[in-house]
Design a protein around this ligand. Structure first.
Ligand SMILES: [Zn+2]
Length: 391
């Protein structure tokens, strides 16, 4: 009996505690942060919009009582400068794929059958041809390599996405590659041996990126909570990744008065979209700090409900500290790669990746919405993990 009364009282306390926690996160303030970031336009690394976003984050973090440092770094990036595909007298709206060499190639089209999987290339002789293949199934870079091995001079990847959507090979392609939507270029699948000219025109530019770091003191942290604040050209990047940025900013505010925040750095990464530059450079330049980390939590695309669950993936020991039930949240798993936790994981740091999945507006001009309630949920789960880990 007593025990029962005790557990009821305990339950009441837990519920009260949860309400207090839930109320502490201000969705109004998060909505204001989101609008402030979106007002800058696409936050492409190295542009005035990204600089303005970094200044906004720094000002908000200082207001919350943190010492803010910028972590500058440079890298080179290629930019499309009018890549074109001409077949007969027709010009198609192609876009170069990041990682493609800049080169003009000319030859008859050759169509790779089926979905363009490895087996579909097996019996082909593409010598002197420009390969036309559907995107998907296996990475585009693998398709480019398979095409090159069979003698292709260039490759056109036909996508479900609209023409103009930016793709990356995620590495160096041996042959020039460009994408074209199926709706604009599906006809090419019937134009085998037609003469084509693919002219991939790119320029390489130096980019100055800047991570924003908020901390309470100079001691090395035990945990890092991060989110990338940069976005791709042409996309406002609301879900990718103003959502994670605002969630981490609000989490930093919530934890500012807790002694635990003395052991945490909140880092807003730049240059993620161009290849995880901000996180890679940070890990490279801080080996000792990185060795002392007990956790790195990364929030990316947490503002749109794609799967009905909050995906959390990474270290099983850290994952076990996520108390989704207490917050009445459906939590699932998240893929291993693709964002700023990766360089930390590769350095041996236990990581968790918070991710709600790729929404239909991913990397498009229509990425204009993120839900502060969902963002707050991700931040609350992260907070619970930090409290259990560091207390
Ligand atoms: Zn992202």
């Amino acid at each position: 009996m007593q025990r029962d009364l005790f557990s009821r009282a305990l339950l009441g306390l837990v519920v009260l505690g949860l309400l207090a926690l839930a109320q502490a996160f201000s969705t109004e303030r998060m909505q204001a942060d989101l609008q402030a970031l979106l007002a800058q336009g696409p936050r492409v690394a190295g542009t005035p919009a990204a600089q303005a976003a970094a200044e906004y984050l720094a000002a908000e973090l200082r207001k919350a009582g943190y010492t803010v440092e910028f972590f500058p770094f440079t890298y080179s990036r290629t930019r499309d400068q009018g890549t074109s595909l001409q077949v007969g007298s027709r010009v198609f709206p192609v876009q170069s794929v990041a990682g493609s060499p800049g080169r003009r190639v000319e030859g008859p089209l050759a169509v790779v059958p089926g979905a363009g999987l490895a087996a579909d290339f097996a019996s082909l002789n593409l010598e002197g041809h420009i390969a036309v293949v559907r995107r998907g199934g296996i990475p585009g870079l693998e398709k480019a390599r398979l095409a090159a091995e069979r003698g292709a001079l260039g490759i056109i990847l036909l996508t479900e996405e609209p023409s103009g959507t930016r793709f990356t090979f995620g590495g160096d392609s041996p042959i020039p590659g460009a994408t074209l939507s199926l709706s604009d270029g599906g006809g090419l699948l019937n134009q085998a041996s037609e003469r084509a000219v693919l002219d991939v025109r790119i320029v390489t530019e130096e980019v100055q990126g800047r991570n924003v770091i908020a901390k309470r003191n100079s001691a090395n942290p035990l945990a890092i909570v991060g989110a990338h604040y940069d976005s791709v050209p042409g996309s406002p990047g609301a879900n990718d990744n103003a959502s994670g940025t605002v969630a981490v900013l609000e989490l930093a505010r919530q934890m500012a008065n807790s002694p635990l925040s003395e052991h945490i750095w909140f880092i807003f990464f730049d240059g993620e979209e161009d290849g995880l530059w901000g996180s890679r450079r940070f890990v490279e330049q801080n080996p000792e700090l990185v060795r002392g980390l007990r956790a790195m939590l990364n929030l990316d695309m947490v503002g749109v409900d794609v799967n009905g669950t909050l995906g959390i993936g990474g270290s099983p020991a850290l994952r076990a500290l996520a108390d989704c039930n207490a917050l009445r949240l459906a939590c699932g798993s998240a893929p291993g790669g693709g964002s700023d936790h990766v360089p930390f994981a590769q350095a041996g740091v236990p990581v968790l990746f918070f991710f709600r999945g790729l929404d239909p507006n991913y990397h498009r001009p229509t990425d204009t919405f993120a839900d502060p309630v969902l963002m707050a949920q991700a931040a609350q789960v992260a907070q619970g993990i930090l409290e259990r880990l560091l207390r």
